[in-house]
Structures are given as C-alpha cells and as structure tokens.
Design a protein around this ligand. Sequence first.
Ligand code: GTB
Length: 217
Amino acid sequence: MNPTITAFERSPDGGKGLARDTRVRWALEEVGQPYAVRLVSFRAMKEPAHLALHPFGQIPTYEEGGLVLFETGSIVFHIAQRHAGLLPIEPDARARAVTWMFAALSTVEPPILDLATARIFEADKPWAKDRLPLVEDRVRDRLKPLSARLGGADWLDGGFSAGDLMMVSVLLRARSSGLVDEFPNLAAYLARGEARPAYRRAFAAQLAINAPEPQAG
Ligand code: GTB
C-alpha cells in the first residue's frame, strides 16, 4: 500500500518548497516510493481527526497501513530504513549518516528557525534591529564548522544520504537570509541537492499545489 502524507492546503511560502512536506516527498522520490497526499487547512490541522495523527496539529504526517508517524526526522528515517538508497548498508557508515540527520535537526536547524522567526515575526518589534545580528551570528556559528567539515566534498560523508537530504532541507530555509552564500561550498552543496532529480520532482509536486493562480487579464 502506498503511504499517504499530509501537506498544507496552501503553503504560506507560495510554493518555495520550504514547508516540511517537501523533505518527506524528497525522501520518497529518492527511493522510488509512490505516495498520496492529503491536503489540510490550518483549521483542519487543529481538529480531532488530524490531532489523532499529529498531537501538535502540524504537517506533515505519514500513514502507511496501520502505521502513523509525525516529525520529519522520524518519517525520513523510517523511509530510509524501509528502502534502499538513503542509508549506507555498512553499519558504521549508516550510523554516521543518521548522525548527520540528527545534526541537521537538533544542531543546525534551531538557530535557522530562530532567524526565520526574527526576520518574519519580530521585524516590527522595537528591539528587532539589535537582536537580528545576534541571531545571524548564531546561524554563522553553525554554518562555519559545517562548511569546514564539508570542505571540497560533494556530500557530508561519502555518497548522498538521508543525512544530506535533511541538512540540505534545513539549509534551504536559511538561504533567503544570504548567510549560506557567505560559505561558497555550502551554497554549492545546496545547489547539488536541488539538482537531484528526486528533489526536483518533490519540489514540482508541492509547487503544483501552492503556486499562486495566474492573475486574470
Ligand atoms: N518538528 C516538526 C517536523 O519536523 O515535522 C515541525 C513540523 C512543522 O513545523 N510543521 C509546520 C506546521 O504544520 C509546517 S512546516 N505549521 C502549522 C502550525 O504549527 O500550526 C514549517 C514551515 C511553515 C511555513 C513555511 N513557510 O511559509 O515558508 C516554512 C516552514
């Protein structure tokens, strides 16, 4: 049975691929697993039917037979374990790829989310001008060692893995700030991720739902 994921009925980003269903779509595309999508409104996300799937009333969720998952880290890990292609077979290499998934989600993503909050939701606060540079520096504190570790390699640890999928997904959220471009090898890393056919299919699928309607006249 093909899994079903949930996604925004209409993403606030208008199809830039930043909502987190994109990373789950990407993982499914990488392993060649077809999937269905159920679109949910912001209101429906907080109603009992969706809360039964996701206790925090968010997207994405993942349903496969009787299995229900939430949290993109868990969902992508599940997909990577069930299918070949996203995690190395060799146990140590596999453990390192999983480590990069955790690093993306628990070390690199938090300051990037803080930056998004500062830029979007706090811009009108009287203290925003003083706080923003501090938040930006906290993002740099993560990007600098990441850039040093990646060096001239294509991917974080050998071949492309779920660790790269998650890291690229996390970094994409910071790109509009210009901070990723301060590290040319990270900018190139993002471009490599986005060039993957599986990412392009995932991006196109979410865009088809979220692209603004062409204006009449
Ligand atoms: N830790 C969870 C996971 O990784 O699955 C976080 C899930 C999450 O943040 N979901 C968001 C959500 O459902 C959508 S992706 N929000 C609605 C709510 O909480 O009520 C986050 C997101 C939203 C919008 C943009 N954007 O417009 O650019 C980007 C990312």
